[in-house]
Design a protein around this ligand. Structure first.
Ligand code: FES
Length: 195
């Protein structure tokens, strides 16, 4: 599958009715033992992934017609504590990005979900790919549906979610808790706001 950067891609696929449907393949990574999934923390990613993240968000500043057409936006941050971020509920389907917090806020087909920006394999910043209608990792090419369901690649689980609650017209994302699909399927599935 041809990989493109965000300037040319926008995700347009729906959230699957059953986000757990995709099966995780055997881990075929040649990475050092323990790296990535279990070894790296969210804080590690935020420190080390800045350069990669900058590449992802470059498209946000293009101002071109192509970029304007992308359903990829900067998340509207309304409040912040040490542990939480409060965002406006996205007005339309698409991916709202808070690169500083490492959060992807997806609205799709009546659901809002908060994801960790980093790939669950080795913490590379994920991309939102319109052409393939999915999230895509530029490092080892893992792919995910808009609800974070794993499709293919070296990752062994869906995109990591964060607890999210609704407060009026905002959503509050708990940055201190990463929900891994492989660790707690029920919590992963429940980390959704219906809008
Ligand atoms: S970092 Fe390896 S698939 Fe994303």
């Amino acid at each position: 599958m041809h990989e493109k950067d965000l300037a040319g891609d926008v995700v347009a696929a729906g959230i699957a009715d059953n986000p757990t449907a995709a099966a995780a393949p055997a881990h075929d990574c040649d990475c050092p033992s323990g790296a990535g999934e279990a070894g790296a923390t969210r804080r590690d990613f935020l420190r080390g992934g800045t350069i990669a993240a900058l590449g992802i968000f470059a498209s946000l500043g293009l101002g071109s017609r192509a970029a304007a057409a992308l359903p990829v936006r900067a998340a509207l941050l309304l409040g912040s504590t040490r542990e939480t971020k409060t965002y406006a509920i996205p007005a339309a389907d698409g991916a709202d990005i808070d690169k500083d917090a490492g959060v992807i806020l997806v609205r799709w087909q009546g659901s809002v979900i908060a994801f960790n920006l980093s790939c669950p394999h080795q913490n590379t910043a994920l991309r939102w790919n319109q052409g393939d209608q999915r999230f895509q990792c530029p490092k080892h090419h893992s792919q995910y549906t808009p609800d974070g369901t794993f499709i293919t690649g070296r990752a062994t689980r869906g995109m990591d979610r964060m607890p999210i609650t609704r407060a009026g017209n905002t959503v509050v994302v708990d940055l201190d808790h990463i929900i891994k699909q492989s660790d707690d399927m029920a919590a992963w599935q429940a980390a959704v706001i219906k809008v």
